[in-house]
Design a binder for this molecule. Sequence first.
Ligand code: NCD
Length: 330
Amino acid sequence: MNKTVEGETPNQPQLENRFYGQDFITVKELDRQKIEYLFAETDMMRAMLEAREVKKFLLDHAVTILFFEPSSRTCSSFIAAAQYLGAVTTVFQDMNSYSSVVKNESFPDTIKTFENTTFASTIVIRHPDDNSSKEAAKYAEVPIVNAGSGSAEHPTQALLDLYTIYNRLGRYDNLNVVFIGDARFGRTIKSLADLLAKIGTGNQLTFVTDPLLALPDDYKSELSKIATVNETQDLQGTLAEADVVYVTRTQKERFEKAGLLDRYPEVRAKYKIGKEEAALMKPEAIIMHPLPRQEELRYGVDKDPRAAYFDQMGFGLPIRMALLKSIIIE
Ligand code: NCD
């Protein structure tokens, strides 16, 4: 449904907020118009932050943040986003220790509880189960925002990743993106790959992993329907053509759950990006990492102008401000 304003060129889609009142659980429901809308809002949030004049768009609304898994960047930026916008912000950063989950309260009751006790306008949730956000959305009357669900999805990370790419390279089409590390358990890789495939055209997605950490087959076959997917173990061979090198950590905590802990040492840092690898990359390419890092991303590249990961983490705040506002305010 495109609104046209009198005097403006017809067929030119006007930016319309299609996030209002909706869950944000997956990148699979995004399209270019929604991304353009959100990125324009993000630009506005950045300008207000820089000026230290953030409008309290969410005054008298409540944002309730429930984390069942550890987090630094995602949790802190959601909290700051809600507070900058003036929302009543309730945070349970360690649901497994400090909520009635300890008393075996069920997941549906937990969601209903926090919705009611805080009169929430939206609930932000991070949880180790792949379907956690979808499940939460069944029980909540208000929109659910997925802040990371198991090994499956991390849609707000994908938004800030795409925003970083757009900010640095000026496009999200015709990109050669090389993903390195843990494509099996890593959720950031999957959400960004899905998003690039869904909204971009001509993107080539290459995954450099140990075979143990390759993309799950069912995921890969879905992705291959809408994007060019390559898998290789030859990191050096991919770097010269890459526009984006997206490095990730091997997710040790998920090895434990999968009973694979004995295999962890051999794959832990099989692929690394350091000065030597960066020397093989194009001058205009960028290096990204959702962080936290281990030894797969060497400190030696931090000062390389192509290192985009500190900007990337900084974009988490305005992106999440834009998203919360768009979901809560019409
Ligand atoms: C990632 C996550 O939680 O999936 N971190 C983040 O949100 N920036 C990546 C990771 O934990 O390795």
